[in-house]
Design a protein around this ligand. Structure first.
Ligand SMILES: *Cc1c(COP(=O)(O)O)cnc(C)c1O
Length: 380
């Protein structure tokens, strides 16, 4: 007997068991995973039993990121901020202390001051220029994790991640690094001995300013499991479309980064000789030996400190640089930094107003011309 339409509408059109192979993974959408028999329903080791764990696009992305970072496991999160906070929640407990660089991405500090505080984790901030020896020697018995960001947000101070990781390990303290500037490509924190490498994939991996995602990678299997359990317990999931977009970005990441890096250096060198500019804060131009040891090249993000003057007029005068947060996309962007610098715990005088620039994929000569006209009236 033929089934009724209501049943046929439900039963018809099941996907073929084996799909034709495309260059990228299929965008597999599904909460339910159909399992072959009763025993497999509760066999979490033998089967993927629920779609939240990720299907073809997500697992392909996780494998690719693990390969690039030299990790045994990578956890995905729905934003870069969720990656930083998720990695911290995966390893911290009430009573622990986390030591955070003062140049950390601002919303990470906000998380420490609100959520971590409520759950009984204390945060201390350190100057990124502190020597690794002094930093680790100053750790209290409650210190569980040192969170670095090298170069730091906005002001680009470098940290000797390898030295901090080695000294911290000897004292049983975990290390993590927000590696968004290095994009999991220009810098490999796990190779330096850092325990957890975190990045906002939203930036260079996505590359088009239109997808949010983050990742945390670990080499030690127990830590990789802690990250994955942390994601499972909190319930993080990313969509297959977004994972696919990240994989697409990953294919051209090295090509784009080379262009961002070269153009950024060209613009930064031009700015170094401009009379309105006090300093250029660019890791590759800092002369710091840590840069040569740690990075295979620069990306397109750096800051400039201007001589004191009306900085907002410079920003408002830019025509090719967009005004906006985030970076890593194809377009050039500029933001003023001072309101964020004032919110830091250990304030540092940089000698004038600061502007952060993201150099995009435009012709660098056009970007230089844009900066030249915006700086024309600035007091030098
Ligand atoms: C942008 C950024 C983040 C957060 O990423 P989102 O995807 O925007 O949440 C984290 N760390 C650094 C260094 C960033 O620049």
């Amino acid at each position: 007997m033929a089934e009724h339409d209501a049943t046929r509408a439900i039963r018809a059109g099941k996907a073929a068991a084996s799909l034709p192979r495309t260059v990228g993974p299929p965008i597999q959408k599904g909460s339910t995973i159909l399992l072959p028999n009763a025993a497999s329903l509760y066999d979490d080791d033998g089967y993927v039993t629920y779609g939240r764990q990720g299907l073809a696009a997500q697992t392909t992305l996780m494998d690719a990121l693990a390969d690039l970072e030299g990790a045994t496991g990578v956890q995905l999160y729905p934003s870069g901020l969720a990656a930083v906070t998720g990695a911290m929640l995966a390893v911290l407990s009430a009573g622990d202390e986390v030591m955070v660089t003062d140049t950390i991405y601002r919303p990470t500090a906000r998380f420490c001051a609100t959520v971590l505080k409520r759950f009984g984790v204390t945060t201390t901030y350190f100057d990124p220029r502190t020597s690794p020896e002094d930093l680790v020697a100053g750790a209290s018995p409650a210190a569980k994790l040192i969170l670095m960001e090298s170069p730091g947000s906005l002001s680009f101070e470098l940290q000797d991640m390898a030295a901090v990781a080695a000294l911290a390990r000897a004292r049983g303290i975990l290390t993590a690094c927000d590696n968004t500037w290095g994009a999991g490509y220009l810098c490999k924190p796990l190779n330096l001995g850092v325990d957890i490498s975190i990045q906002a994939l939203t930036k260079y991996m996505g590359g088009h300013s239109d997808v949010f995602m983050g990742s945390a990678a670990a080499r030690h299997p127990a830590l990789a499991k802690a990250l994955s359990d942390g994601g499972l317990h909190i319930g993080w999931a990313v969509s297959p479309e977004d994972a696919y977009a990240m994989l697409r970005g990953l294919r051209t990441l090295p090509t784009r980064l080379a262009r961002h890096g070269d153009s950024g250096l060209k613009v930064a060198r031009w700015l170094q000789s401009h009379p309105a500019v006090e300093t250029v804060l660019h890791p590759a131009l800092s002369g710091d030996p840590i840069y040569e040891r740690t990075f295979s090249g620069p990306c397109g993000l750096f800051s400039i400190v201007l001589k004191p003057g009306p900085v907002d007029a410079v920003i408002d005068g830019l025509k090719l640089f967009g005004l906006g947060f985030s970076w890593g996309g194809f377009e050039s962007l500029a933001v003023t930094c001072d309101p964020q610098l004032r919110a830091r715990k250990l304030r540092r005088d940089y000698g004038g107003p600061m502007i952060r620039l993201h150099v995009g994929l435009e012709d660098p000569d056009d970007l230089i011309a844009d900066l030249a006209q915006a700086l024309e009236a600035y007091p030098a």
